[in-house]
Ligand binder design. Structure first.
Ligand SMILES: O=C1O[C@H](COP(=O)(O)O)[C@@H](O)[C@H](O)[C@H]1O
Length: 316
């Protein structure tokens, strides 16, 4: 049976008490110099069964992690055989609601830290359904919105206000939160020029990039077999039609500007691509994303810790 979320802990996460209590690190340096809280003993958390399952599936790519405090630990990517191997921190919570709440608290606290450290928080957000609840929760968090710039990771080529547009749902979910959203210009007549212009508007680094994961292993609009996967000379590019729409997307070089990636992955249909992602499987598009640090936040269903499926055998 899936573990229940630790309500006490989640409540604490939703009410950040300031950076000094967060054990927060930014660009490798602790912002919390007075932190005394020790690490919890491995395996004592309510997620340990899920984590153990993923460790078996994914081998060395998975790291057991304390909820939240350690999630901010920035781990520098290593260069191995010319490739930048990303170490994924993995956090499993009970369900999509817990994913949304934990993610919103994470984003809010990172925003506070970045604004305090360098005056601005640059945040690139993906589409899909999974982040809607997180954005809605974020609107009620303590976020220094006047210093936040929200960029799009990807967008469908469709009219303004179209329900297929990621922007439509982003704005709806954020509600009255006064976020500056720098929208992808997917209605321009010359889409190649528009993509290039969006690329020029991107910051040198993103403080945070949110990514999702499709059942086919796609992330952003980096979709299997599309030539966009090989684009290395542009920050923003266009895809062939995929699931009904041509798309504009950040490319791998743009995503590599992320100081921190936050993956939000929920649902049983993500089990296989999730295990591939954390194993560093570069045969799926998501497995080729590079970033300075990566937190994979997932629910029990995606981590294969849901209720037993009909006909499933219990282990002996
Ligand atoms: O098509 C897309 O799907 C992925 C995954 O979405 P999700 O709702 O299954 O999490 C998303 O990350 C991407 O931005 C979007 O264009």
């Amino acid at each position: 049976m899936a573990g229940r979320p630790d309500r006490r802990r989640l409540r604490r996460l939703a009410l950040p008490r300031g950076l000094r209590r967060a054990g927060l690190r930014l660009r490798g340096r602790p912002l919390d110099r007075t932190r005394r809280r020790g690490r919890r003993r491995p395996g004592t958390g309510h997620h340990h069964l899920a984590l153990r399952a993923l460790r078996v599936q994914a081998g060395r790519g998975v790291h057991r992690q304390d909820p939240f405090g350690d999630a901010f630990r920035v781990r520098r990517a290593r260069r191995e055989e010319g490739l930048r191997a990303v170490h994924h921190e993995l956090q499993v919570v009970a369900d999509p609601d817990a994913v949304a709440g934990t993610a919103a608290a994470f984003v809010a606290r990172l925003a506070q830290a970045c604004v305090q450290a360098h005056g601005r928080f640059t945040f690139a957000v993906s589409g899909g359904h999974t982040p809607w609840a997180m954005f809605a929760r974020l609107a009620h968090e303590h976020v220094p919105w006047e210093h936040v710039a929200v960029f799009q990771v990807d967008e469908r080529v469709a009219p303004d206000g179209d329900p297929d547009r990621n922007l439509t749902h982003l704005r709806e979910s954020l509600g009255a939160a006064p976020a500056e959203v720098i929208a992808m210009p997917v209605n321009d007549a010359d889409l190649d020029a528009a993509a290039a212009a969006y690329g020029r508007s991107l910051p040198e680094r993103f403080d945070l990039v949110h990514l999702g994961l499709g059942p086919d292993g796609h992330t952003a609009s980096l979709v299997p077999r599309d030539p966009v996967l090989e684009v290395s000379d542009r920050l923003v590019a266009l895809t062939a039609p995929y699931m009904g729409h041509q798309r504009m997307t950040l490319t791998y070089p743009a995503l590599a500007r992320a100081q921190q990636v936050l993956w939000l992955i929920t649902g049983a249909d993500k089990r296989e691509p999730l295990s591939r992602l954390v194993a560093g499987d570069r045969s799926i598009p998501a497995g080729r994303v590079e970033a300075a640090a990566s937190l994979v936040l997932t629910d029990a269903a995606a981590a294969d810790q849901g209720p037993p499926r009909a006909g499933a055998q219990s282990p002996a």
